[in-house]
Ligand binder design. Sequence first.
Ligand code: GLU
Length: 435
Amino acid sequence: MATDLRLPTDRIVRPDKDRFLNEENPFEAMMSRFDRAAELLDLEPGIYKILRHPEKQLTVSIPVMHDNGEVEVYTGYRVLYNTSRGPAKGGIRFDMNVTLEEVKALAAWMTWKCAVVNIPFGGAKGGVICDPLKMSVAELERLTRRYTAGIMSLLGPDSDVPAPDVNTNERVMAWVMDTYSMRMGHTVTAVVTGKPIEMGGSLGRREATGRGCMIVTKEALTHLGMPIKGTTVAVQGFGNVGSIAADLMQKEGMTIVAVGDRTGGVHNTNGIDVPDAAAWVKSHGTLEGYPRGDAISNDELLTLDVEVLVPAALENVITTKNADKIRARVICEGANGPTTAAADAVLDEKGIFVIPDILANAGGVTVSYFEWVQDRGGYFWSEASVNERLTDIMKRSFHDVLKLAQQHKVNLRTAAYMLSISRVSTVHKLRGIYA
Ligand code: GLU
């Protein structure tokens, strides 16, 4: 029998709601959505209290010898938000704007994300405050290895499994895997995902987040009775998620009228040739100066008259400052937390169909799960098989969330939180509290 964590006199005491209107703080953005879903679910107070706290938070100082002989000390974090459903899972980002609050929010989002697509993982995130664009490859390697050594006590295929995130990639994962393996005394491929294919990575992993965005956008357009061919799309962010989502959406017949990166955007109503823009970025480092379109700002890109908007960069780009100017009919959140909690209400009022981050960008962690399974089994799947299984999971999850949204007359974000929180809370009830 499941444990009842409800005490007779217990009731949910929520902090002052206005506290969550701080648009800058992603943890508060996460918590306000969590609170709303918890209320609708009538979540047991004991579970409510447990799920408001990260299980573990580790801060590490990371001394790195720079190429010029000077030592710099960086700060890094790893947060395990919840591991009730399985090993903690989530990326590592290298960025100047990393904060503990952000990493906590991202770790919570990973928890809900894994539960929405029903893969057997909890949620984690890591981050190091640094500017990787200003560091040499050798410096980045030393930073990565020392950070890995610093969070070693958390890592392991059964306890915490990192992956790439903002400004980290396959090469960084190879260093994490090697550092962990050297410390263990044997090769442990399943300790990270998003690795190079040659050392236990999965086919299809690099494209998986963008592919997942494409799959759920198609499901949303079909649900809304909108065509796929010729549908106009603007994509903000041209990294691993944005560039691949744009490319795959274009291959499905959608017209990508704008793409943008940190230097600004390019707009072309006749459509941008995505592989051509990607080739430009490869040779020039950014989209800046791309000649086959008009230069626009990121703010202009977000408010273009398009059918689909894909924010695929960082948090807090859709806020109360610009939400009422957004003209897209569908928003597919390729990034984590691109919309502030206060902006949700504005988008709802405008009738914009938002595919929330914890569903829209779950393709990456889904194929990370496949990679982990393949590493543990020592048997590797074809790319077609990976993509087919990913498509099944994304479609099924989209419809699970949509169904719940229709049942409860809530938006997809609230429904996605409700689905994941109920899955996590069921496991908490079954497991009870270890004492
Ligand atoms: N960083 C990605 C995300 O935010 C992938 C995480 C993973 O594969 O563990 O979903």
